[in-house]
Design a protein around this ligand. Sequence first.
Ligand SMILES: [Zn+2]
Length: 314
Amino acid sequence: MTTELVAPRPSAKTKLKTKVKTKTQKEEEHPHVEKNIYHVIMGRYKMKTWYHSPYPDEYGRAETLWICPFCFKYMLTQMQYDRHKAKCRLRHPPGDEIYRAGGLSFFEVDGRRQTIYCRNLCLFTKLFLDHKSVDADVTRFLFYVLTENDSEGCHIVGYFSQNIEWNSDYCFHLACILTMPQHQRKGFGKVLIEFSYIIAKAENRLGGPEKPLSDLGKSSFMSYWKDAIFEFLADPSRKECTIDDIVAETYIQKADVQNTIREANMVKLHRNMMVLHCHPKPRKPRRRIDRSRIHWVPLPTMIEKRRPLILGDG
Ligand SMILES: [Zn+2]
C-alpha cells in the first residue's frame, strides 16, 4: 500500500518572507520548467513532483516513475519495481559510514566511485529543486547522505553534496541540499546543515551554501544561522564579541552572519555604533549531531588523498 504524499512546499510564512515570483518571472528564469513526471512511487510513498527532471528516454516521458528507495534505480512499472526489489541487495547508501548515533547515520558517498547511484540521486533531486542544474559529472562531488535506521536498513532522509575541487576562490562547502519530501518538517534539514558546518570547520574551510538558495533552502539556512548565533551569544561568560568572533566560532560566512543579525533585529544603533542587542530566547529543542560519534578526519590540503577514516561501530 502506498501513502499519497504531497511534498510540502514552503509554508505561507516562508512565502511572505521571500519575493513571490509570478508565473511569467519563473518561466523567464527557468525556460524549460514544464514538468514531465508527475508522480514518483518510492517504497510506500507516492509523491507529487514539483519540477522537470531530465530522466532519459521513455523515463522522462512517463507520468509516473517507480524508484528504489535504496539504490534510486528508476522504473516504469510496478512489475519492474517488484522484480528489482526482490534482487536489490543495497540496504544503505554505497559509501563509508562516518557517523552513527540516535538511530541516524551519515554516509560519505564518492561520486567518482558510485557514479550511477549519485547520478540517480541527482535526477531524483531535480524533481523537487527547480534551481538545481543536474550535472552529469557527479565525479566532482562527495555526497553526505543522512539515513534513519531500522531493522530493514538505512533509509535516506536527506543529503548534501560538496564539490571536491574547492580552492581558496571557491568558498562553498555545500553545493546542493535536499530533505526527502516524505521527511520534510521533521528537523532533518538542520541536521544536514549542522553536519556540513562541522565538516567545514574540520577542514578549516570557511564557506557557505552555493547560491541562489531555493525558498526552502533559504528558510532552513536562516533558521540554522539564527540558532547558531543565538547559541553563541547565549554563553553567559561572553560579555562582548565581534562579528568576527561569531564567524570564527560558527564558521558561518561573515555576510551570512551580518544578514541574519539584520533580519533577526539583533543590532541597535547606540551612539553612532551598531551594537549587538539581543536576549537569546529559549529555542525549541532540535535534533543535534553528537560530535563524539563522527568518525572522519579530513586531509584539507591534499584533496586527491582525502579519505575518511574507517569507522568503528559508532
Ligand atoms: Zn535498488
